[in-house]
Design a protein around this ligand. Structure first.
Ligand code: NAP
Length: 283
């Protein structure tokens, strides 16, 4: 592998090439990004070696597509039009159904691998890129049988270098499950932040009283709306379903409080403590 093109030099694309540069210094990293300031920052920090326009994908061994999911759906077919026979194109977007559908009949579909690394932070842009972001994290690969075998091998070797565990799933299951464990958590955090901000107009009080419980629960509310709006749009049906279940649980908790049923409240929390075992080794 000699040339890697990263389209979208932000948290995810930037962190991938940061690790790759460390592990395989002989690789040339070419960055493409719609944001000129991000290109300049990535060149200055050494995250990328060169920049160019979309045509650079023609000479790439690997293309990593790491831009908001609505932009990826539009750009991926254009990338597949431009690449060489032996180029591997990986997308890392947080939704998988729309993008897989957008290229299902493309003549170069076998050059594309749909992935979702379950790793991240609440920060964006090239300055958010960090080493070891993917170490021991799960990477979900969708419709793997639709990618050419030798390109699957190249992708797996790259993911293995980054330290990732692989799970295989179809795009429909991915989007359904991820709505619960990721998309709902973000909505819950955004709305908790909103509720407290609206009530506590004096931000100094929030800051002074915010213990680690509030700070850790509301962390995801710092995430980028540019990235999350298209995710909610693409996964609307699944997200609405998770929200209905969540709102039912909130209402049920409120009803128990209003009716002074503290025994039931205790039981609710005790049952949910099982999350400690479920997440052992993760959080
Ligand atoms: P990010 O830090 O905001 O980086 C995305 C970069 O792409 C930004 O520089 C952005 O510029 C640029 N960009 C936007 N539209 C573009 C276009 N049409 N062509 C070229 N460049 C474009 O985002 P990220 O967090 O790395 O997320 C990238 C992808 O990874 C998304 O699909 C997301 O769903 C997925 N993902 C994210 C996480 C996470 O925790 N953040 C985890 C797993 C997967 P501007 O800033 O000017 O828009």
């Amino acid at each position: 592998m000699k040339n890697v093109v990263v389209i979208g030099i932000g948290l995810i694309g930037g962190s991938m090439v940061k690790d790759l540069k460390k592990l395989r210094p002989e690789i040339k990293i070419i960055g493409v990004d719609a944001n000129e300031a991000h290109i300049t920052a990535a060149l200055n920090s050494g995250l990328i070696d060169e920049t160019g326009d979309l045509a650079v994908v023609a000479d790439a061994d690997v293309v990593i597509l790491s831009i908001p999911v609505d932009a990826s759906v539009k750009l991926l077919p254009e990338i597949l039009d431009l690449i060489a026979d032996d180029t591997l194109v990986i997308d890392v977007g947080s939704t998988k159904q729309d993008i897989c559908k957008a290229v299902e009949h493309h003549p170069n579909r076998r050059n594309y691998l749909a992935a979702h690394p379950i790793a991240g932070t609440e920060f964006s842009g090239p300055q958010a890129a960090i080493n070891d972001l993917f170490k021991q994290k799960t990477n979900i690969i969708c419709d793997v049988e639709k990618t050419a075998f030798k390109l699957q091998e190249r992708a797996l070797s790259l993911f293995s270098d980054l330290g990732m565990r692989i799970r295989y799933m179809n795009p429909e299951s991915h989007d359904k499950h991820i709505a619960y464990v990721s998309h709902l958590s973000h909505i819950s955090s955004f709305m908790l932040g909103k509720t407290v901000i609206e009530k506590e107009r004096n931000e100094r009080d929030i800051f002074d009283m915010a213990g680690s419980g509030f700070a850790s629960t509301v962390r995801l509310a710092k995430s980028s709306p540019e990235m999350w709006t298209p995710i909610f749009k693409q996964n609307k049906t699944n997200v609405v379903e998770t929200l209905n279940e969540y709102i039912n649980n909130l209402n049920q908790f409120k009803n128990l409080l209003e009716s002074d049923d503290f025994e039931a409240i205790f039981d609710e929390m005790k049952n949910t403590n099982r999350i400690k075992d479920i997440l052992k080794g993760i959080a």
